[in-house]
Design a protein around this ligand. Sequence first.
Ligand code: PGA
Length: 219
Amino acid sequence: MEKILIGNWKSNKTIDETREFLTEFSQYLLDHPPSNKKIIICPTFTTLKYTADFLHANNIEVAIGAQNISRYEEGAYTGEVAARQLQNIAQWVIIGHSERRRLFGETEDIITEKLKQAKKYDLKTVLCVQDESEDTSEAEYVAYEPPTSIGTGSPDDPKHIEEVFGKILEKNSSAKLLYGGSIDEKNIEKYREIKNISGFLIGGASLNASSFAGLISKC
Ligand code: PGA
């Protein structure tokens, strides 16, 4: 089954740094075409279009995702980016990341509205959850990301991930499941065989072209 690998760049990279990354990363993909793997990069809004254009111009098969969208339609919402504005740039969007819930006050109601906006404008969604309690029925992919494992170097235990996946599947048997939290080139082999796993959401280890490429080759 095709594995999905999503790089979440969070609030990182200028245009120059993005160009550097993409130049190195695309060379790697041309030299080692990944088989049976879908790669998605989620840059910040300031580098989204640049990244999309670079990949398109170089015929690199990597999809583009946004890290967030507005809960509202296009309009008078200063500082927000609406789902409709991502048409022809991004195909995917991450919704409900724990950093957004914790630092930017995203509630389940807001997340539900964002899922609706994404659906309306044909963006595929990766819904981040911290346990099995949430409704996952509207998401394309569900990423289980325990906050204690994000950016800490301590990924969750594979057995525990399987248990949480099992509980999510009891409520939504068609959920496609990802894991995220401190996955890197060195530990991915321990995680890729987890039962029912469709792929990974990767933060820190996706920022460096050679470590992201190394991780992809081991998945
Ligand atoms: P991390 O982040 O890989 O740096 O732990 C994962 C995430 O927040 O999606």
